[in-house]
Design a protein around this ligand. Structure first.
Ligand SMILES: [Zn+2]
Length: 91
C-alpha cells in the first residue's frame, strides 16, 4: 500500500510497537519527505479512532516535516476527540 501526501509517496508498513527511553511507546513513524525510499509505519493492533489519530499524526509529519512533535501530537489528539463525537469509528 502507498500513502500519498502532497504529491509524494510513502510505502506503508505495519510494525510491532516498541518502547524507547524506558517508557515512550512508539506506535508510528515516517521517513523525511526528502528520503528516497520513504516509509510510513503504524503499529499492528491500532484500530478505530486510535488508528485514525496515528495515521493523521504521521501524515502531518509527512506534510510538514518542520512542524514540531508537540503541535502534531496535540492536533492529532484533538482530531480524535472531535471525530469520536461523530461516531465515525467502530471499535
Ligand atoms: Zn510524531
Amino acid at each position: 500500500m502507498v500513502i500519498t501526501v502532497l504529491g509524494r509517496r510513502w510505502k506503508f508498513e505495519w510494525f510491532k510497537r516498541y518502547t524507547i527511553k524506558g517508557d515512550i511507546v512508539i506506535v508510528g513513524d515516517c521517513s523525511s519527505p526528502n528520503e528516497k525510499n520513504k516509509r510510513l509505519r503504524l503499529a499492528k493492533g491500532l484500530k478505530g479512532s486510535a488508528l485514525a489519530e496515528e495515521l493523521l499524526h504521521e501524515m502531518l509529519h509527512a506534510a510538514g516535516w518542520h512542524v514540531t512533535e508537540e503541535y502534531i501530537k496535540e492536533f492529532s489528539s484533538d482530531y480524535r476527540k472531535a471525530a469520536e463525537k461523530f461516531d465515525l469509528f467502530q471499535e
